[in-house]
Structure formats: structure tokens, C-alpha cells
Design a protein around this ligand. Structure first.
Ligand code: XIL
Length: 393
């Protein structure tokens, strides 16, 4: 069976994934039931051992990015429904997807995903309203050639937010209102060269939050970014985001949360500030979430995705495990979302040359050690370690 590489639009398209029916290769994890062969595809955990049901016991939601194309693949849909309690459209709610031609909307993919979620008792993270990427060509071209003035751009943005947020009003749990506005420099700052900031100035971000709040007063409104957990070595980007968020909250801007994307790479090691940074964001009264977790490493090729360094098979699940633990340690971390759950579907091979092995399931949709690491973390979080017995002679 051929499956489209969904999160890698334009990237390593068309990676083949054969549904093999092989039993998962679980590492030895004490205390977890071994998956039975019959439900190998979902990690042997459709019931009380699934990620979503373990997480539910501590009020955490485990999510994944999806494109609706894959909802028609039964094995894929079965894992999605059984393991995850939250979904994010990988591309389907981006402006370029919903309004490819000015005034002509295509909600088909976004609608399909929202309705799948509702049928399966899942929440939805809307992604994303204000971002410099994946904008419609008519918009960027019009701005570049001067046929869209800045006054018109303001009003197009307002319309976009009211139309999209309004369409799904009451059905979206968290909206990524603004995405990736800080520079990767030290010190970091709001990027003056960003499409929105260079055209409309930095007040575009708080304005987007205000419009989103009006359009759906019940959705949690998030600022979302990558490398805001010390991945830059200095925590400069996190510091800049923190200072800006504090300033925005002081000004009464309706921001409810900050999302840490969590795109990691085994060659750089684990960002040890993650837990502290999540914690200090919640100290501002914000919720926090891991919104796009994946851990890439170098692989033999984009089809089989076997790590070239044998130790990566340990480093990859380790980094997932550490990310989950950081979230678990912070009560305000309300969801943990992976950016796709099958290696054949990841955006990474198309965007990072030579890298892959990035998700929880292999190219045949069998669960990998990273899946079992998260399952074990959630198991322990849900039940706690039992108290020691007979500690005295
Ligand atoms: C990626 C998608 O997965 C790809 O299919 C698309 O071609 C590019 O965007 N940060 C984000 C996501 O906030 O929206 C990006 O998703 C990955 C990086």
C-alpha cells in the first residue's frame, strides 16, 4: 500500500509504507503488559494502556498532527483514534490551505479532521492564524507588488481570523494564534524582517489575539514557537519570548498559553532548560504545551529510515521521554502533541537532508521504543510508584 507523506508536503513525498502486521519490538519495560499480537498496530494498547487513556488519568491530552488524507487509511485511523485524545491539522488550517484563491475557501480537509475528532472524543488544536509561512500566493504577491496596501492587509487579516475562528467557534480547544515570531539570534527579538511585522508592525500580534478572542471567547489562545527551551545554548530566545509575553499580559492582551514546538535532533542533545522554561511560563499565569514534538536523527535512506548511528536508537526515545517528563513535572503543561506519529509521514526527511526516524511509529506503523517510553512515563504518572514494603528488618 502506498501512502502519501502527509506532513512533508513538497518534501520527501510518496514514501511507501507497507502495513506489515509485524509485532512491535518493545524494549523491556517493567510493569507494562506486553502487547498482544492482535493489536500490535496500536502498540497493543487500545484499552487502558493506550497513551490517551493513561494520560486522561492525570488530565493530560496526548495529541498528534494529522492530514485528513490519512483518515482514509484504516490502520492509520485506528491508531489515531485509540492512542490520541487531541489532533492538530498539520497544514489544513493554514491560510494558504483554506483560501488558496482570494475569496474562495476550501474547508474540506479542516472540516474532515474536526469531524473525525468529534466522532472519536478528541479535542482540536487549531494551527495557525498568524505565521509568515504557507500564506496564499495571492496575498504575498499582492503585498509585494503593492496591489494590497497595508490598510487592506489589516482588514484581510481581520477577515481571515474572524472567518476561520468563527467557523469552528466552540469546537477548537487551543488555537495557535501566532507562530514563530522570534529571531534565533542572541539576544533574540521579534523578527523585524517577519512578513507581518515588516508590513504591519509588531502590534499585529496582540491585535490577532484580540480578534481571535472575540471570534471564539472559549478557545485557549496560544503563542507557539521553537527553540524556546534553551536549545540555542543560552536560553536567549526563551528569555525574549518570556519578556514579551509578560509585557503582553501586562497590557491585557488575551494570551492563554505558550506552545513549545519541541522539534529536536539527537545531534544537539536534549535542551536541559525545558522543564524550567515551561515552569516559568506557567508562572506568568499561562498554560503551556508541547505542540509539535519529534526527534530526528541521521538515517540510511528516507524509505527505511534506519538510524546510521546505532546509539541513535537510544537517544531518540530518550529525548521523547525527557520531553514528556518535563511536561509531566509542570502541572500547567496541558497537552503533549507529536508532529505526526509514523516515520513514513513525517515532514523531516523532506526538510532536513539525511534525517528521519523522527516519530513514535516506524515506516510500517509499528510502535518504536519512543512509543513505549512515553507509554511507560504515562503509566508511572497515572498510577505512581507503589510504596516500598518491609524497609526494616
Ligand atoms: C510543516 C508541515 O508539517 C509541512 O507539511 C509543511 O510543508 C511545512 O510546515 N513548525 C510549524 C509547522 O509550526 O506548521 C510546520 O509544519 C513545522 C514547523
Amino acid at each position: 500500500m502506498k501512502r502519501r507523506s502527509f506532513l512533508a508536503a513538497g518534501g520527501a513525498a510518496g514514501l511507501a509504507a507497507t502495513i506489515s502486521g509485524l509485532a512491535p519490538t518493545a524494549p523491556a519495560l517493567a510493569g507494562l503488559a506486553r502487547p498482544a499480537a492482535k493489536d500490535a498496530k496500536d502498540g497493543g494498547a487500545t484499552g487502558p494502556g493506550s497513551l490517551r487513556s493513561l494520560a486522561a488519568r492525570i488530565g493530560l491530552h496526548v495529541g498528534t498532527a494529522v492530514i485528513p488524507f490519512d483518515l482514509n487509511t484504516p490502520d492509520y485511523a485506528a491508531i489515531l483514534a485509540s492512542q490520541f485524545s487531541c489532533v492538530t491539522p498539520g497544514n489544513a488550517m493554514k491560510w494558504g490551505s483554506v483560501e488558496p484563491v482570494q475569496g474562495q475557501f476550501d474547508w474540506s480537509d479542516a472540516d474532515a479532521l474536526v469531524s473525525f475528532a468529534e466522532r472519536h472524543g478528541q479535542l482540536v488544536r487549531g494551527h495557525t492564524l498568524l505565521w509568515h509561512n504557507q500564506l496564499p500566493g495571492w496575498l504575498t504577491t499582492g503585498v509585494a507588488n503593492g496591489t494590497i496596501s497595508s490598510a487592506q492587509l489589516w482588514s484581510l487579516l481581520e477577515q481571515h481570523i474572524f472567518t476561520e475562528v468563527g467557523r469552528y467557534r466552540g469546537r477548537i480547544w487551543q488555537w495557535d494564534v501566532a507562530n514563530e515570531f522570534f529571531t534565533d539570534s542572541n539576544p533574540s527579538m521579534l523578527n523585524p524582517a517577519d512578513f507581518w511585522i515588516s508590513n504591519l508592525g509588531p502590534t499585529v500580534i496582540p491585535q490577532a489575539f484580540r480578534w481571535a478572542r472575540q471570534a471564539d471567547p472559549h478557545a485557549l489562545l496560544f503563542y507557539n514557537d521553537y527553540n524556546i527551551a534553551g536549545e540555542d545554548g543560552t536560553n536567549a530566545k526563551s528569555d525574549a519570548a518570556y519578556a514579551w509575553l509578560r509585557q503582553m499580559l501586562d497590557q491585557g492582551v488575551p494570551i492563554d498559553g505558550v506552545g513549545n514546538q519541541g522539534h529536536l535532533d539527537t545531534q544537539f542533545g536534549f535542551p536541559t532548560q525545558l522543564q524550567q522554561d515551561l515552569h516559568r511560563f506557567t508562572g506568568l499565569g499561562l498554560r503551556t504545551a508541547i505542540t509539535e514534538a519529534d526527534v530526528r536523527t541521521f538515517v540510511n535512506n528516507a524509505t527505511d529510515q534506519v538510524p546510521t548511528d546505532a546509539l541513535a536508537q537510544f537517544a531518540q526515545p530518550y529525548e521523547f521521554d525527557q520531553m514528556m517528563k518535563a511536561c509531566l513535572e509542570v502541572p500547567g503543561c496541558i497537552s503533549f502533541t507529536v508532529w505526526g506519529f509514523g516515520d513514513a509521514d513525517s515532514w523531516v526527511p523532506g526538510f532536513f537532508a539525511g534525517e528521519g526516524y523522527v516519530t513514535l511509529y516506524d515506516v510500517n506503523l509499528s510502535p518504536k521504543p519512543a512509543y513505549f517510553a512515553l507509554q511507560q512515563d504515562l503509566q508511572l504518572a497515572a498510577s505512581g510508584a507503589p510504596r516500598r514494603v518491609r524497609t526494616m528488618r
